[in-house]
Design a binder for this molecule. Structure first.
Ligand code: PLP
Length: 299
């Protein structure tokens, strides 16, 4: 697919990707003062669109940004952007910036928020090859933001700490980076939540994380299929001692890790619980359940 056929929603207009622009005076650009949410389409259906919109609404409220559109109209824009891009399998991002204040004014309450939606072909944090063989992770030395500073529950665009962790992992030859909080508890990683499997039970950190929709879906699938799963505080030790570790994200679904900081996880291969949850997740996506149709033929 060429990028020329893609369309972006920019403050009330659908424009070709190459013409999508933002003012450099938008505080979202100047200071990363913006929130966003990422959803995805599979087989022409957007998964749990209203759960994503609810999370966006909560991020906006916490960040004191007013969305230019009410949720129903925003849902229509997200569907329409994806439809105009002609993408059946898509990664879709909705961004609400604090906006630009009137010229010469520094008062943040006078900013007019900006709204942007784009869709690109479906993207993976760990691609299909790594999902088959398992990814390698390192624990970054950069720590997750404390809830006292910028609560990670807010899906904020301020992500330089994540990018630095990604670059650190890349320099060390890892596929992904995991992040601890200031007290050494496992949080999440740039763009994904974490599950540890020990003695048949799945554990995921309770705090200091974005409350992932895929993570929530894993808990729902676990309840449906009788797999034990719960929240628990975890340390690096729990990662190293795990039988299995897997990641969850809208960008890639359920993704296994087989090595962390040079230590093999379990027997060094994607494990059976990962495989079950992965298959259940993709069966759910294939079924279209919880999916908002993008095209007339998926309605
Ligand atoms: N944690 C962070 C920091 C994220 O950015 C994301 C997704 O973008 C996730 C976790 C996973 O959330 P979800 O499953 O809703 O995609």
């Amino acid at each position: 697919m060429s990028s020329e056929s893609l369309v972006v929603y920019v403050n009330g207009e659908y424009v070709p990707r190459e013409q999508a622009r933002i003012s450099i005076f938008d505080v979202g650009f100047l200071r990363g003062d913006a929130v966003f949410d990422t959803t995805s389409a599979w087989n022409g259906r957007i998964f749990k669109l209203f759960a994503h919109l609810e999370r966006l609404e909560l991020s906006l409220r916490a960040a004191r940004i007013q969305c230019p559109l009410p949720p129903k109209a925003l849902a229509d824009v997200i569907v329409e952007t994806t439809r105009r891009c002609g993408l059946r399998n898509a990664y879709i991002q909705t961004i609400v910036t604090r906006g630009e204040p009137p010229f010469g004014v520094r008062d943040l309450t006078q900013c007019r928020p900006g709204l942007f939606v784009f869709a690109i072909p479906y993207a993976y944090i760990l691609g299909p090859d790594r999902i088959r063989t398992g990814g390698r992770a390192m624990i970054a030395s950069i720590r997750a933001l404390p809830v006292q500073c910028l609560d990670p529950k807010i899906k904020s665009l301020s992500r330089q700490h994540f990018d630095l962790a990604v670059l650190q992992g890349k320099s060390a030859g890892a596929d992904v980076s995991l992040m601890l909080d200031l007290d050494g508890h496992v949080t999440e990683g740039p763009g994904f939540n974490v599950f540890v499997v020990k003695n048949g039970v799945m554990f995921s950190p309770p705090e200091g994380i974005l409350v992932g929709i895929t993570r929530q879906t894993v808990f729902e699938l676990a309840a449906e299929h009788g797999l034990p799963a719960r929240e628990a505080s975890l340390t690096a030790y729990d990662l190293y001692a795990a039988d299995e570790v897997f990641l969850t994200s809208t960008a890639g679904g359920i993704m296994p890790l087989v090595e962390i900081d040079g230590r093999a996880i379990g027997d060094g291969k994607p494990g059976p619980i990962f495989q079950r949850v992965h298959d259940q997740y993709w069966a759910l996506r294939e079924s279209g359940r919880d999916g908002t149709p993008v095209f007339l033929d998926t309605a």
